[in-house]
Design a protein around this ligand. Structure first.
Ligand code: CTP
Length: 478
């Protein structure tokens, strides 16, 4: 690239269909309107067995006592399917809706679906000390949907309702599925609460990208019930060693806690090379795919070191964050952390060139005369890592390319993988109106000798999990 403007890995839908799987991305479906879910719902019964999060009736594994906390958001209707799936898997499910949740889905629905009485008031059944008994006896607590307000309450340990006392009185793993409008999710207060909850060891599933309740789109959709169930059951396996048939399925088919005890270094965003005190030479990378990778790795129990270069999206919570701006700063931070990482993922778009000189004062316009800037090459961080010995570390690079033809795209990507010595290369297509900051992405993952390991499309979170799956399936170099 003669200008030195690096392309980035924040790719979205591809323009052309082709053999490599780089097909146009599908819109993220909203899940549609609520269906009536009851004991006679044949739709769910049929589909539960086909879903990775649920196994259908499971009499073989231990029955878990699961508390499902439901807080006041429209996604409460999706929590009905979560409860239903757990019940069909044979678990003993107790729903604790907040007062606001009951304005979306009524108490009779929760009782019928969970097949257990539902209490909402800490002063119900005082003789049984109900406000703590449920939490004390739970194997797992799942809060879905978790509103911004409920995240704030959880983060501060407020116990002004039955759900609050239940959570505080419990030592069971806590899995939280947030749902809210994008602005609320991105608000610094919500992000701080999420970081607090993750740092405490709780598992946060989603939220996903896509259509929200109104006309708005973005991050904030509650994850699908099957995804929440899969993550929740995997957490039980990881924390207690108890295996259930449904947890086996969850771990095998979707995400699991397979990164526990592993350090993952992820770079994201785009570097900026200053020209003068007010201008820089940069690129259009938002950092969204890199953030999704960090969140996915954290969700799977990984210890993430995240190097953020000028992100346009909120930082991931619950990880060690280093903020950088230029390629030189990114290089320094990356090389310092790479040695102890099991996986290094170079998702950042690094400027290939920087101006030879940086003006101390603002460069002034010289009448109508043209301006010539001279650039010098930046070091290639991925190549530097790839060409040094890195036993025990899987090195993952990205290649965002503009080639319209799939075959040519893969040729370019394979040449890049070889030149840089990356163990794995994630390839996506970018263009003027493709890829940058999009909610979805479409990638092909290349392994040893440029072999296609997988090709996938969907939300950047689902793509992140697919990339991690491919990385973990890849043989660790020795
Ligand atoms: N990369 C890097 N250091 C650089 C440039 C890129 O580490 N100075 C990494 C990126 O983080 C990415 C991979 O190399 O993982 C590919 O980046 P890309 O910009 O696609 O490749 P370039 O080497 O810049 O090649 P070109 O711009 O010519 O396509």
């Amino acid at each position: 690239m003669s200008s030195g403007a690096s392309v980035n890995p924040e790719g979205g839908s591809a323009q052309h269909a082709g053999d490599t799987g780089l097909r146009r991305c599908r819109e993220n479906d909203t899940g549609g309107s609520a269906r009536h879910a009851g004991d006679t719902c044949p739709e769910w019964t049929a589909s539960a067995r086909d879903h990775p999060g649920f196994s259908g009736r499971d009499d073989s594994g231990p029955r878990l006592r699961i508390v499902v906390g439901v807080t006041g958001g429209i996604a409460a209707y999706k929590a009905v399917f979560l409860v239903r799936g757990f019940v069909l898997d044979g678990h003993d499910v107790h729903v604790v809706p907040t007062a606001a949740a009951l304005r979306f889905v009524g108490l009779p629905t929760w009782e019928a679906i969970s097949r257990n009485p539902v209490n909402t008031d800490p002063f119900d059944d005082v003789a049984e000390v109900r406000h703590v008994a449920l939490g004390q006896s739970a194997d797992l607590i799942v809060i879905a949907p978790a509103t911004a307000n409920s995240l704030a309450k959880l983060a501060t340990g407020l116990a002004d309702d039955l759900l609050g006392t239940t959570v505080l009185a419990s030592e069971a793993p806590l899995v939280i599925a947030p749902a809210m409008h994008r602005e609320m999710w991105e608000n610094a207060a919500t992000q701080a609460n999420i970081a607090t909850l993750r740092a405490r060891g709780h598992t946060v599933v989603g939220p996903g990208d896509g259509q929200l309740t109104g006309d708005d789109r973005g991050v904030g959709r509650m994850s699908e019930p099957t995804e929440i169930a899969a993550a929740a059951l995997a957490v039980v396996v990881a924390s207690t060693g108890r295996r259930t048939r449904s947890a086996d399925l969850a771990g095998a088919r979707t995400r699991s806690a397979d990164l526990v005890g592993q350090r993952i270094l992820i770079t994201a965003g785009g570097t900026r090379e200053p020209l003068d005190p007010v201008r820089f030479f940069g690129n259009r990378s938002s950092g969204r795919q890199g953030v999704a990778l960090a969140e996915a790795a954290i969700e799977r129990g990984g210890e993430v070191v995240f190097i953020a270069a000028n992100l346009e999206v909120p930082e991931p919570g619950g990880c060690d964050i280093h903020r950088v701006s230029t390629a030189a700063e990114l290089r320094e931070a990356t090389l310092a952390a790479a040695g102890t990482a099991r996986i290094v993922i170079m998702a950042a778009a690094v400027a290939d060139y920087r101006p030879v000189t940086v003006s101390e004062t603002k460069i002034k316009k010289q009448g109508d005369a043209s301006l010539t800037l001279t650039f010098v090459a930046n070091p290639d961080i991925l190549a530097e890592l790839g060409h040094s010995s890195h036993p025990g570390t899987v090195l993952v690079g990205f290649a965002a390319e503009t080639e319209p033809e799939d075959a040519q795209l893969l040729r370019v990507a394979r040449a890049k993988q070889e030149a840089k010595g990356a163990d794995i290369l994630v390839v996506n297509r970018v263009g003027w109106d493709t890829g940058f900051g999009d909610a979805d992405n479409e990638v092909v993952v290349l392994g040893a000798a440029g072999r296609v390991l997988t090709s996938t499309n969907g939300s950047k979170m689902s793509v992140a999990h697919a990339i991690l799956d491919a990385v973990l399936a890849h043989d660790t170099p020795t």
